[in-house]
Write a protein that binds this ligand. Structure first.
Ligand SMILES: Nc1ncnc2c1ncn2[C@@H]1O[C@H](COP(=O)(O)OP(=O)(O)OP(=O)(O)O)[C@@H](O)[C@H]1O
Length: 314
């Protein structure tokens, strides 16, 4: 394993905000820390970046314990949520600044490397502009180039897309993934956005209250959430309790049938979502959500009685 976290813990005063987190990240892997605000994901990332010391536990990178290595000497780079660019510098100067603690680069080397990075993030045409005169999406790309110029062993990204509008978020999300695949770079990404986590990650670490709830590939996390917290935080879920057991059923795993359904219920509300419609179906004991793709002319009206079957999550 490339990046190893062993029982990493962090306390602030009497409060433990990261509790005994253990995690192995493979070289070239894209791992996302996903969880609600305050669950400790940024604190965990800061410990990997060296900006915070663990109260207990070890962090190893490429076989070396980096617990006591200061941030500027770690082979790790961080892209922050607020970009942290220098307003008095141009795009090019900001990217070159990434190399400030690295020795052995002439100004010419640094310039040529920065040029390559700007090409990678498609900003070569605005290299001479001030960073205050460019858009949010472009600023985020500058921050990315400034981190990548260090050729880090691990790139840490702390909610890098949260200041962008929905459309731009999708665009930069794809660019980050393209770069990760192109460079084979190990990335640890922090977000509270489940879509971002599902679409980008090789594996997702779902966190809650400073601990890990589940680690798995996106499909596993979505189709087989370990508990109610994961089921509700990642996607929408119908929670069907039978005696001692809890069955977690995704809305698209509920299908209408002509007869012999598992449940009969009445449509009490429907929400048109473009590519699918969500029907809220009230049975004797449950309120179920059913998603039906809007491919055919199938449509059920409010008040209609339906038979439904519960399928396996995909
Ligand atoms: N320097 C600090 N001193 C005291 N408490 C802190 C400090 N930094 C973070 N915390 C607390 O630790 C907890 C976890 O914070 P953290 O920023 O890691 O959460 P997060 O999951 O990244 O949340 P968000 O998505 O809101 O950034 C929070 O309760 C926060 O108030």
């Amino acid at each position: 394993m490339y990046l190893i976290l062993e029982g990493v813990t962090r306390c602030f005063g009497s409060k433990t905000v990261v509790k005994q987190v253990s995690l192995d990240v493979r070289q070239g892997e894209f791992v996302t820390l996903l969880g609600p605000s305050g669950c400790g994901k940024t604190t965990l990332l800061k410990m990997v970046g060296g900006f915070l010391q663990p109260s207990a536990g070890n962090i190893l990178l490429d076989g070396v314990n980096i617990n006591n290595v200061p941030p500027e000497e770690r082979p790790v780079a961080t892209v922050f949520q607020n970009y942290a660019l220098f307003p008095h510098m141009t795009v090019m100067e900001n990217v070159m600044y990434g190399l400030r603690y690295k020795s052995g680069y002439t100004k010419k080397d640094a310039y040529s490397l920065a040029r390559n990075m700007l090409e990678l993030v498609h900003l070569e045409d605005i290299a001479k502009q001030s960073v205050t005169k460019i858009s949010g999406g472009q600023q985020q790309r500058v921050a990315l180039a400034r981190a990548l110029i260090l050729n880090p062993k691990v790139l840490l990204l702390d909610e890098p897309l949260s200041n962008l509008d929905a459309k731009l978020r999708m665009k930069i999300r794809k660019e980050i993934k393209d770069i990760q695949l192109k460079l084979g770079m190990t990335m640890v990404f922090v977000t509270h956005d489940q879509e971002e986590a599902l679409s980008l990650s090789d594996r997702i670490v779902v966190m809650n209250g400073g601990t890990v709830e589940q680690i798995g590939i996106p499909r596993e996390i979505y189709a087989n959430p370990r508990n109610e917290f994961v089921a509700n935080f990642v996607g929408r879920a119908n929670l069907i309790r039978a005696e001692e057991s809890l069955c977690i059923v995704r809305p698209e795993s509920i299908v209408p049938v002509e007869e012999n359904g598992d449940y009969q219920g009445v449509v009490v509300q429907k929400q048109y979502m473009g590519s699918y419609t969500t029907y809220f179906i009230e049975t004797d004991e449950l309120m179920l959500q059913m998603d039906v793709r809007n491919l055919e002319d199938k449509d059920w009206r409010i008040g209609q009685i339906l038979q439904i079957k519960v399928m396996k999550n995909k």
